[in-house]
Design a binder for this molecule. Structure first.
Ligand code: HEC
Ligand code: HEC
Ligand code: HEC
Ligand code: HEC
Ligand code: HEC
Length: 221
């Protein structure tokens, strides 16, 4: 008996071999992921879950002209965009179509205090960090990442939201940059020659000193 009182059992040798192998392979895997933007690009595009209430963005935004921020109140200032509580709907619907069958689950929720169970359309992996406010403040419109929500009867995922997709814009954000008051106007497009258009986007890059990070630690913290 001496200093080496604790002897590791035999199987730990195998573990060591596995660990070393793992360490040898991991960088290759990471390089592969980075080079090819690995994550399957199309898996979630078009994902369109059926919601508990047939709420239409096409009607409320496209036709009635409501602003995103009326309902998604936190989107400018927080990482997550809040989905509205039932009270927000009832600001109008105690008066508008109160008898509609389509609004029955909303009344249920209003009376019981149980939130409506909206099904999440976009699901980023937990190990990736995303922040709405950073993008909204930089002049990136919802339309760059969610498509024409103002024309959607039912919301679906319009873009892949894969790592390669994030990086594509972080490398060249300029075409996506616009004035703050155009960020929520999904149908807006620049009117003018292509030279004027380039100048416009470059102006907003410089004005806000936009330089999105590409280091791993920007999105994996
Ligand atoms: C009257 C309220 C209201 C307004 C105005 C509104 N939304 Fe929504 N939004 C909702 C509700 C309720 C949901 C959840 C149900 C659904 O997905 O349709 C939602 C869901 C979404 C989702 C999907 C979130 C997820 O689950 O991943 C996106 C994206 C979205 N809204 C974008 C927008 C944009 C962009 C605008 C402005 C152009 C906007 N919304 C305006 C109420 C609203
Ligand atoms: C740069 C891309 C980008 C922009 C711009 C953007 N979103 Fe999102 N949005 C995302 C991603 C990515 C998710 C998924 C986040 C997650 O699952 O953690 C998301 C999720 C959401 C959700 C679901 C709740 C949440 O935060 O997970 C809502 C609602 C939403 N976005 C609304 C909006 C609205 C309204 C705007 C414009 C004012 C907007 N988004 C602009 C990328 C974007
Ligand atoms: C600013 C007022 C306003 C708010 C807030 C609002 N709505 Fe509406 N909603 C309307 C109007 C106006 C109509 C169309 C009425 C018509 O067709 O005559 C409508 C129509 C609807 C309909 C279709 C009803 C039918 O029988 O055709 C549904 C469902 C609905 N809204 C759900 C919601 C939900 C869910 C929310 C909250 C997330 C919400 N609305 C928030 C004004 C509003
Ligand atoms: C359409 C363009 C675009 C897309 C798509 C996009 N980004 Fe960004 N991102 C930007 C811009 C522009 C900024 C602001 C950079 C600045 O202020 O210098 C930014 C900033 C960020 C920041 C804040 C960086 C910091 O240091 O504060 C994070 C985190 C981020 N993006 C993550 C993501 C993730 C994750 C995705 C994909 C799910 C994504 N982004 C997709 C354009 C985009
Ligand atoms: C602009 C944001 C952003 C940056 C910068 C970024 N990633 Fe990612 N990464 C993501 C997102 C978002 C996902 C999740 C994609 C999904 O859900 O499909 C991801 C996924 C991954 C995955 C899992 C791949 C898979 O199977 O989906 C690995 C590994 C990874 N990233 C490594 C890295 C490394 C290494 C770097 C630095 C060279 C890096 N990332 C830089 C946003 C980023």
């Amino acid at each position: 008996m001496g200093r080496y009182h604790y002897v590791f059992p035999q199987w730990t040798n195998k573990l060591v071999v596995l660990l070393v192998l793992g360490m040898a392979v991991a960088p290759i895997y990471v390089v592969f992921v980075v080079a090819y933007g690995f994550s399957p690009d199309t898996t979630w595009v078009g994902y369109k879950p059926e919601q508990p209430v047939p709420f239409s963005h096409k009607l409320h935004v496209g036709q009635l002209g409501m602003d995103c921020r009326y309902c998604h109140t936190t989107v400018e200032h927080a990482a997550h965009a809040a989905v509205p509580p039932t009270q927000t709907c009832m600001n109008c619907h105690t008066q508008i179509l109160p008898e509609s069958d389509k609004l029955l689950p909303v009344w249920d929720s209003y009376e019981t205090g149980e939130p409506i169970e909206w099904i999440k359309v976009h699901n980023s992996a937990d190990y990736a960090y995303f922040d709405h406010s950073a993008h909204i403040q930089a002049g990136v419109s919802c339309v760059s990442c969610h498509g024409r929500v103002d024309r959607m009867e039912v919301v679906y995922q319009a873009e892949s939201h894969s790592m390669a997709w994030c990086l594509e814009c972080h490398r060249n954000p300029e075409p996506h940059l616009r004035a703050p008051d155009k960020v929520f106007d999904l149908g807006w497009t620049f009117e003018g020659s292509s030279q004027e258009k380039d100048d416009y986007h470059a102006y907003w890059r410089d004005a806000n000193r936009i330089q999105p990070g590409q280091d791993c630690s920007v999105c994996h913290r």
